[in-house]
Design a protein. Structure first.
Length: 99
């Protein structure tokens, strides 16, 4: 993503707000995909998928370094996000099994 050289604090804040809007939209899309994943899995252990979580974290850390962002920051953010999304996926899984 290309950034612009802002000419004022107001312009800068507008740019940050626009990026925040995109972040929220992307997180919502990721959450929708995670919920879909429940229909392909056979157990809660499979949903928790430690190997997959490690692979995601490794990839995110590498991408963070490529973009000059703290890998620790992204690891913390992704840990929170994944934990919450796993819970949502478990709910989807249980709801589908109860039908």
């Amino acid at each position: 993503m290309k950034t612009v050289d802002c000419k004022s604090l107001e312009e800068l804040r507008n740019c940050i707000d626009a990026v925040d809007d995109q972040i929220v939209e992307f997180i919502a899309a990721r959450n929708a995909y995670v919920k879909q994943a429940a229909k392909f899995k056979h157990s809660i252990d499979e949903i928790k998928g430690e190997e997959r979580m490690e692979a995601v974290m490794d990839r995110v850390r590498m991408r963070a370094m490529e973009f000059g962002v703290s890998p620790n920051l992204l690891t913390k953010l992704y840990t929170i996000m994944i934990d919450e999304m796993v819970e949502a996926e478990i709910s989807e899984f249980r709801n589908a099994k109860s039908l």
